[in-house]
Design a protein around this ligand. Structure first.
Ligand SMILES: [Zn+2]
Length: 180
């Protein structure tokens, strides 16, 4: 059934409800089409580069590595962090067959080579996969000469950054330690 049939064969109240639904569906399709992955940090965004990457006020000396866009949002909610991000789009998980090539690791190395940040904060989740990913990256990133830190423990073990409250996450960021 198309809009034309709707507008001619149904009573006005049905027509207006149907048209409203139609418009809603079309606008949802529009939103979906606009969401892309930022070509720099791999956050989800409606513009590339995303607002954070495009913001000149962000501190380019700090690079925070997270697993998922929701973790980036959790960090942003703390209001404490003014650096830049890199979204891995997952964590290492050999049992699920997820290796470095399935994550944005190569892209991270390219960024380090291009922008040489002073510090890389590994803010992967405080669970087995997240810790393994942080250790793997710490080793891999060492030759670049940046200070490599890991957000502090104190986050619930086995948990997810996304669900940490702002105070806990702020403290974890504040108490980050160098990985040796
Ligand atoms: Zn970005």
């Amino acid at each position: 059934m198309n809009v034309l049939v709707l507008t001619t064969t149904f009573p006005p109240e049905v027509r207006s409800a149907a048209l409203l639904m139609w418009e809603l569906a079309e606008s949802l399709v529009g939103v979906k089409e606009k969401i892309v992955s930022c070509g720099t940090c791999f956050n989800v965004t409606d513009q590339d580069p995303c607002r954070i990457c495009a913001d000149p006020a962000r501190d380019g000396r700090l690079l925070c590595v997270v697993e998922e866009p929701n973790d980036l949002l959790a960090m942003e909610r703390t209001g404490e962090y003014r650096g830049r991000y890199h979204v891995l789009q997952g964590a290492l998980s050999p049992l699920d067959g997820i290796g470095p090539d399935d994550l944005k690791v190569r892209e991270l190395l390219a960024r380090l080579e291009a922008s040489a940040p002073a510090e890389v904060i590994l803010a992967t989740n405080p669970n087995v996969e997240g810790e393994a990913t942080a250790l793997y990256l710490a080793k891999l990133l060492r030759p670049f000469g940046a200070r490599i830190t890991r957000i502090a423990r104190g986050l619930p073990v086995g948990g997810d950054l996304e669900y940490a409250d702002q105070v806990t996450l702020s403290k974890a960021l504040e108490g980050r330690r160098e990985i040796s």
